[in-house]
Design a binder for this molecule. Structure first.
Ligand code: UD1
Ligand code: UDP
Length: 440
C-alpha cells in the first residue's frame, strides 16, 4: 500500500505528523507532498524538525496569492505528482486550500481520499475554511472525525456512517508526545528565552490570523483596545506573517509593539510554543488548533470569534467565544484572572478530543480498508434496485447492526428523545427513533 499525504500549512504539518510517524513505524510506503502555501522557515521547516518527520518528497511551491490562483496552482502540481506516484489513498487534513485542492484532484483521478479532521462545521460560508472542509468531505471515501458531534454533522448532510471513524484529534497525540520533550529542552527561540517565562506570572498567549479578524480594521482595533487595558498580564504574541502585514498596513503594529506588557515575537517552533502555552494563565486566540490544544493542556481559552467549528470545547466549559468585542474580552479575561473558582472550572473541562491514539486508530482503519479492497474507487456494478427512506420508533432491545440485518437497511440518524446520537454498531436503540434506508 502507498499513502500520499498532502499538506501545506503549519497546522497541517503538526496534525499530520503523528499519522506520518505511525505510517513510517508500520513500514508502509508513503510520500509527503507539500503545496508550499506556508514557506517561511518559522511556518514550515521548523515543524518538520521539531516533530521529527521526514522532509517532503515534493514541494510544489505555490507560495502566497489569491484563493483561486493558489488553489489552481496546487491542483496542477498535485495532479502531476499523483499521476506519477499512483498512491492507494491521499490523506488531507483540516480545512485549508491544500485540502480543497488535494481532495478535488484525487477524486477526479479516482483515488480514495481520507479526510483527517472531517465533519467540522462553523456554518459560516463566508469563511474560506468552511467551503474547503465541506468540499473535501463531499469528495472523501474515509472520514477521520474527532468527535461524535462532528460525525453527526456529516450524518445530517447525508453521508454514510459506514465510512466514518471517530478517532479523536491527532493534535492530542502531538501534544502528549512532545510536551515532556519540550520542557526538558528549554526554549530555542532567543526572543522567547529572553523573556524568562519560568518566572513570569499571568501569561496570556495570543495568536490571531483569521482573515475575518486581522483583515478588518475595526475588529482588530477593538481587540487591540482590549489588549491595552490588560496591563497586569504579560501578553506574548507570536505573530503570524499575515497579521504582521495587516497590522503594519493599518498603522497599528508600532502602537501595539510599544506597550510594555505586550511582547510581539516571530512565530515559534512547536516545542517552544508548547512550553509557552502550557505555562499560560490564559490563551486568547482565533486559531482552530489552539482551541483544541488549550483544552488538552488544561488552559482556559477565550476565542476571538463569533462562531466555532469546535463547539465541544465550549460545551465542555474550557473555551468561551468572545468575538472581537473589547468589553466582552476584558470581562472574561478579568474573570479568569481574578476568580479562581471560575478559572479552575475552565481548566478542569474534560478534553473531547480523545486519548492521544488518534493516529493509530486512523492508520488501523486505512490498513483495514486496503486489505478489504475498499480503497478501490470504481463505478458501482451492482444493481441498486429501489429503497425507501423510513423512520421508526424502536420498542425492542436491538442494536444498530441487528436492526440493519433484520430490515436489510442502513440507519442514518438516531434520536434518543433529547438529541441526535451517533449510530455506533453496538448501540442499543430501544426507545429511540431512527431514520433509515430500507432496500426493497
Ligand atoms: C492559512 C489557511 C488557514 C489556516 C492558516 C494556518 C487557507 C484558506 N487558510 O491561512 O485556514 O488557519 O493557514 O496558519 O488555506 N505569509 C508569509 N509567509 C508564509 C506564509 C504566509 O509571509 O510562510 C503571508 C503572506 O503575506 C500571505 C499571508 O501570510 O499572503 C496569508 O497566507 P495564506 O497561506 O494565504 O493564509 P493564512 O492566513 O496563513
Ligand atoms: N503554533 C506554533 N507556533 C506559533 C503559533 C502556533 O507552533 O508561534 C502551533 C499551535 O501549537 C497549533 C498550530 O500552530 O498547533 C495552530 O496553527 P494556526 O493557528 O496557524 O492554524 P489553525 O489551527 O487556526 O488552522
Amino acid at each position: 500500500m502507498k499513502i500520499a499525504t498532502v499538506l501545506g500549512t503549519r497546522p497541517e504539518i503538526i496534525k499530520m505528523a503523528p499519522i506520518i510517524d505511525e505510517i513510517s513505524k508500520r513500514g508502509i510506503d508513503q510520500i509527503i507532498l507539500h503545496t508550499g502555501q506556508h514557506y517561511d522557515k518559522e511556518m514550515s521547516d521548523n515543524f518538520f524538525r521539531d516533530l521529527e518527520i521526514p522532509a517532503p518528497d515534493y514541494n510544489i511551491q505555490v507560495g502566497s496569492g489569491t484563493h483561486g490562483r493558489q488553489t489552481g496552482l496546487m491542483m496542477k502540481g498535485i495532479e502531476e505528482v499523483l499521476l506519477e506516484e499512483k498512491p492507494d489513498i491521499v490523506l488531507v487534513q483540516g480545512d485549508t486550500n491544500a485540502v480543497l485542492a488535494g481532495a478535488l484532484v484525487a477524486s477526479k483521478l479516482h483515488i480514495a481520499i481520507g479526510h483527517v479532521e472531517a465533519g467540522l462545521r462553523s456554518f459560516d460560508m463566508t469563511m474560506p475554511e468552511e467551503v474547503n472542509r465541506r468540499a473535501a468531505d463531499v469528495c472523501s471515501a474515509m472520514y477521520f472525525i474527532p468527535t461524535e458531534e462532528s460525525a453527526i454533522n456529516l450524518l445530517a448532510e447525508g453521508f454514510s456512517r459506514k465510512n466514518m471513524f471517530i478517532t479523536g484529534n491527532t493534535v492530542v497525540d502531538a501534544c502528549f508526545r512532545h510536551l515532556e520533550i519540550a520542557k526538558k529542552k528549554g526554549f530555542e527561540e532567543e526572543s522567547l528565552a529572553a523573556l524568562d517565562i519560568e518566572n513570569m506570572e499571568n501569561i496570556l498567549t495570543l495568536t490571531m490570523h483569521r482573515a475575518e479578524n486581522v483583515d478588518d480594521k475595526q475588529r482588530v482595533t477593538s481587540i487591540i483596545e482590549a489588549l491595552k487595558e490588560l496591563s497586569d498580564m504579560n501578553i506574548i504574541f507570536p505573530i503570524h506573517p499575515r497579521t504582521k502585514n495587516t497590522l503594519q498596513n493599518f498603522g497599528l503594529f508600532d502602537e501595539l509593539n510599544d506597550l510594555d506588557h505586550v511582547h510581539i515575537i516571530k512565530p515559534v517552533g512547536y516545542l517552544d510554543f508548547l512550553q509557552l502555552t502550557s505555562a499560560s494563565t490564559l490563551i486568547l486566540t482565533d486559531s482552530g488548533g489552539l482551541q483544541e490544544e488549550a483544552i488538552t493542556l488544561d488552559v482556559p481559552a477565550l476565542t476571538l470569534r463569533y462562531n466555532t467549528e469546535r463547539p465541544e470545547t465550549v460545551t465542555a466549559g474550557g473555551n468561551i467565544l468572545v468575538g472581537s468585542d473589547k468589553e466582552v474580552i476584558l470581562e472574561n479575561a478579568r474573570k479568569i484572572l481574578d476568580d479562581k473558582e471560575f478559572a479552575d472550572k475552565m481548566k478542569n473541562a474534560p478534553n473531547p478530543y480523545g486519548m492521544g491514539d488518534s493516529a493509530k486508530l486512523t492508520v488501523d482503519a486505512i490498513e483495514d480498508y486496503y486489505n478489504r479492497g475498499l480503497l478501490d474507487i470504481t463505478a458501482p456494478e451492482d444493481i441498486m434496485g429501489s429503497f425507501t427512506r423510513k423512520m421508526a420508533q424502536i420498542t425492542e432491545d436491538i442494536t444498530v447492526t441487528e436492526f440493519e440485518q433484520k430490515e436489510n437497511a442502513l440507519i442514518h440518524m438516531v434520536f434518543d428523545g433529547q438529541k441526535m446520537v451517533f449510530p455506533a454498531d453496538d448501540l442499543n436503540i430501544k426507545d429511540m427513533c431512527v431514520t433509515y434506508d430500507a432496500r426493497e
